[in-house]
Design a protein around this ligand. Structure first.
Ligand code: NDP
Ligand code: 2IT
Length: 446
């Protein structure tokens, strides 16, 4: 068997330029190699070598007409990474930065995340370099229709079930679903994150944020701590950041920051429920910039071009995008007393910063464990669609909470070190791996 360095050299050679994908695989390889040494059957079956190559990648042209009747062209992708334990499942990201390497990193992480949820979900991710910002609703609709006109032949309720991610919320899921239904003449649960009155699940919009907070509650319990009264910094102001904040306020925490790609807002006294309502209307209806909060809300300051990690806090919730906490930010957070990180975003912390957190022995879990509540509730939405039923808010919330408790237990099972420190990275990677690996071995060399 190779060592991590040799293994990674091959990954880099075979996937040139895909830096985020290299980063995600390296993290998993570092966790898994010692485990594979002790469990040689997985190495013999070349499970990891198989898992780093997608089962299928689709790349397609997405032409559409803007409001001036000008032709616009984007690239569409769907990375179908693993169907070992269920249909491909994972979000669609619409953002100008989207490329194959970013989607491969996200699809790879999704395989482990979905395995952790305890639900029968394979892993995938897709999206486009289309930028919904500044586009009219009609333009977004035309783009979504063109995107689905190709994607529809590759997905299905038992094949591949996309959902939302950055730039894809209920508006986009609606347009995508409408076009799928029209092309297939079929009303099935082919997408999750649907609106309530046509097949969506209660709590799905809230699930990633709520689930991240539930996971942090479990981490805090290991140190006899609770969320109440804690000072929290949150980055982002989209779906995940909004519902992380809502749950934190409900539990009596003080949320002092939110951000977008322009900068961050800071309120020393902590954001109120009313402030949050303002942010929801600003971001989800008017699609405005977070900066406006400093003009309209009392006690709120705006820091242009900056990230919120310079603000002292007990718990940080990076909920915007990948690599948003670098080593310098991590050192500042630890120096200022932060002792817990809840990753709402996928891979928000660069590897050197992860080391800073782990060396300081603070509570640090990777996104694939902390933010799995979104896809878990997508899994619950799929169950409800198949059963043609609709569970109550309380039922879905309780199932979500139990899933997060289970994920925490799995991380502890595989990640607890001799000194008692829980290495959640190792725990999540090994626990996520084992289920998929066993399924792959059962199903033969495929
Ligand atoms: P949204 O599109 O709703 O919000 C994204 C937020 O992040 C916005 O505030 C956006 O600011 C900010 N952001 C995006 N890109 C950047 C960037 N390059 N630099 C700084 N800020 C940025 O997305 P979500 O809330 O759904 O997703 C946030 C994160 O959570 C992503 O990493 C996603 O993969 C992850 N996630 C999402 C899940 C879900 O169910 N939605 C589930 C699990 C994880 P701006 O508007 O200025 O671009
Ligand atoms: O990163 C993620 O887990 C998501 N964007 C949600 C995926 C899903 O299928 O609900």
């Amino acid at each position: 068997m190779k060592n991590v360095k040799e293994f990674m050299a091959e990954v880099v050679r075979k996937n040139p330029g895909e830096v985020e994908f290299h980063q995600a695989v390296q993290e998993v390889a570092e966790s898994l190699f010692p485990f594979l040494k002790k469990n040689p059957k997985y190495a013999r079956e070349k499970v990891l070598e198989r898992m780093i190559i997608p089962e299928r990648v689709l790349i397609f042209r997405v032409p559409w007409l803007d409001d001036n009747e000008e032709i616009q062209i984007n690239t569409g992708y769907r990375v179908e990474m693993s169907s070992a334990i269920g249909p491909y499942k994972g979000g669609l990201r619409f953002h100008p930065s989207v490329n194959l390497g970013i989607l491969k990193f996200l699809a790879f992480e999704q395989v482990y995340k979905n395995s952790l949820t305890t639900l029968p979900l394979g892993g995938g991710k897709g999206g486009s370099d289309f930028d919904p910002k500044g586009k009219s609703d009609r333009e977004v609709m035309k783009f979504c229709q063109s995107f689905m006109t190709e994607l529809f032949r590759h997905i299905g309720e038992n094949t591949d079930v996309p959902a939302g991610d950055i730039g894809v919320g209920s508006r986009e899921i609606g347009y995508l679903f409408g076009q799928y239904k029209r092309l297939k003449n079929e009303f099935t649960g082919v997408l999750t994150g649907k609106s309530l009155n046509w097949g969506g699940s209660l709590i799905r919009p809230e699930a990633t944020g709520y689930g991240c907070v539930y996971f942090v509650q479990e981490m805090l319990k290991t140190r006899d701590e609770s969320i109440e009264g804690k000072v929290c910094t949150v980055s982002g102001s989209g779906n995940v950041a909004q519902y992380t904040t809502e749950k934190l306020l409900e539990l009596g925490a003080k949320v002092v920051t939110l951000s977008d790609s322009g900068g961050y807002i800071y309120k020393k006294k902590g954001l109120t429920d009313e402030d949050l309502r303002f942010v929801l209307e600003l971001k989800n209806v008017r699609r405005g910039r977070i900066k406006e909060c400093a003009e309209k809300l009392k006690g709120v300051k705006y820091f242009d071009g900056k990230r919120p990690w310079e603000v002292p806090c007990d718990i940080a919730f990076p909920s915007a995008t990948q690599n948003e906490i670098d080593a310098k930010d991590a050192k500042t957070l630890v120096k200022n007393g932060c002792y817990c990180i809840g990753e709402g975003a996928n891979m928000p912390t660069v590897p050197d910063a992860v080391k800073v957190f782990q060396n300081a022995k603070i509570l640090y879990a990777p996104g694939k464990a902390a933010n799995a509540g979104g896809v878990s509730t997508s899994g619950l939405e799929m169950s409800q669609n198949s059963m043609r039923t609709c569970w109550t808010r309380e039922e879905v919330d309780e199932k979500l909470r139990m899933i997060k408790v289970n994920i925490h237990e799995s991380c502890v099972k595989y990640g607890k070190q001799k000194d008692g420190y829980i290495n959640y990275v190792d725990g999540a990677n090994i626990a996520g791996f084992v289920k998929v690996a066993e399924a792959m071995i059962d199903q033969g060399v495929v």
